[in-house]
Write a protein that binds this ligand. Structure first.
Ligand code: CP
Length: 306
């Protein structure tokens, strides 16, 4: 039963609950008109303390396409946060207006704190370098729709695995399905955090680490590219040195299987060359669309709408 629950970490939901969301998202894709009024009278608040294009607009378009309405801010400086209001007070107040809240924050754990004070469901729309569970739902729906399965896949995660929160959530989620393995491709400075590696070791997750994309691309079912997260670097020199560590171009993708798919949570900077966009394996814009449908399904479930 998902009604009234928060989504802070992808592990908050069981595999069965995630599958329920994917089934509803497929229903919505097939019969969109039937869902265009189901959230009439419902109000979503989007509280974005950090920049976003996809996540905020996909939440907002999802609610509007379900017949509901949206309030919120995309610049915390224009809210009373700038006067020093705490997250707890902001959430208690917004919970008096809205039926459901999506929150992005630069500090790890901020949406968790919000959920502790909120009278309505809180959805983590990305917290610092920590987790991004709704991107993961979008990623899994994309994989399931295109590959036809969420099991027995070899997934290469490439780029900034230290700060890239989407990868942390993706590994957690995909490792719950049978037979999946991971190749973690990054420069040594941007390897996955030790706490993530420890979790992977404790759960006996099948993974290997390398800094060489060309050597392993031919073995992958999925290549999940990520941007080097400029905003999380303390030192601009390090960012400039590392930002172009991996650039997927025609030469590199020519080594990949014909049925490999390329995903990216976006925004992209340099890491996927524009010449790849027309390759049938490039699925990152499909992934954007699945992101809206999965957020429609998620909000319906958390609001208890049948
Ligand atoms: N994928 C993602 O989180 O994109 P935005 O930062 O634009 O929301």
């Amino acid at each position: 039963m998902l009604k009234g629950r928060h989504l802070i970490d992808i592990m908050d939901f069981s595999v069965e609950e995630m599958n329920e969301i994917f089934e509803l998202a497929h229903e919505i894709i097939l019969r969109r008109e039937q869902f265009s009024h189901v959230c009439e009278g419902k109000l979503l608040a989007t509280l974005f303390y950090e920049p976003s294009t996809r996540t905020r607009l996909s939440f907002e378009s999802a609610m509007i396409r379900l017949g509901g309405k949206v309030i919120g801010f995309s610049d915390a400086g224009s809210s009373s946060v700038s006067k020093g209001e705490s997250i707890a007070d902001t959430i208690r107040v917004v919970g008096c207006y809205a039926d459901i809240i999506a929150m992005r924050h630069p500090k790890e754990g901020a949406p968790k704190v919000a959920s502790m004070y909120s009278p309505v469901p809180v959805i983590n729309a990305g917290d610092g370098g920590h987790q991004h569970p709704t991107q993961t739902l979008a990623d899994l729906l994309t994989i399931k729709s295109i590959k036809g399965t969420l099991s027995n896949l070899k997934i290469g995660c490439c780029g900034d695995l230290k700060f890239g929160r989407t990868v942390h959530s993706l590994i957690k989620a995909m490792s719950r399905y049978e037979g999946n393995s991971f190749v973690l491709i990054s420069p040594k400075e941007l390897k996955i955090p030790d706490y993530t590696r420890k979790e992977m070791d404790n759960k006996n997750i099948d993974y290997s680490e390398t800094d060489n994309l060309e050597d392993i691309i031919s073995s992958l079912d999925i290549l999940y590219m990520t941007r080097v997260q400029k905003e999380r670097f303390f030192n601009e020199e390090d960012y400039i040195r590392l930002r172009d560590s991996y650039i997927l171009d025609k030469g590199k993708i020519s080594r990949a299987r014909k049925d490999m798919i390329v995903l990216h949570p976006l925004p992209r900077v340099n890491e996927i060359s524009y010449e790849i966009d027309s390759d049938p394996r490039a699925c990152y814009f499909k992934q954007v669309k699945y992101g809206m449908y999965v957020r429609m399904a998620l909000m319906m479930k958390l609001l208890g709408i049948q």
